[in-house]
Design a protein around this ligand. Structure first.
Ligand SMILES: [Cu+2]
Length: 110
């Protein structure tokens, strides 16, 4: 018997770190739902974060080194693209993907 597919844990929050020159996401794969997203500039330069996916597109303000912004995003199933829209940072490697699986929970919890 094949073992059942692992069930991804529902995170309490998603943490995204920006630095030169990449983007760290923890976790980078999780079930659909609405989560707080903490975006932290862990680098030395000014960065910001743009997120594009099935739910639309959002962008943080520009964050100085050490700055952060808390977003609450509704993640729908599918692939999300994340990048830093400051200057040419995306070309330098500040681009990442995350995967959202499953279905959105029913609004009434059913
Ligand atoms: Cu940047």
């Amino acid at each position: 018997m094949p073992s059942p597919a692992p069930v991804l844990a529902r995170p309490t929050a998603v943490r995204i770190e920006l630095y030169e020159w990449s983007i760290g996401i923890e976790p980078s794969e999780f079930p659909a739902g609405r989560y707080p997203v903490e975006v932290v500039n862990a680098g030395q330069r000014v960065h910001s974060l743009a997120v594009s996916g099935p739910g639309g597109e959002v962008e943080t303000r520009r964050l100085r080194a050490g700055g952060s912004e808390l977003l609450t995003l509704e993640f729908r199933p599918g692939e999300y693209l994340l990048w830093c829209p400051v200057g040419d940072h995306r070309d330098y490697g500040m681009v990442a993907y995350l995967t959202v699986v499953g279905e959105l929970p029913h609004p009434n919890g059913g």
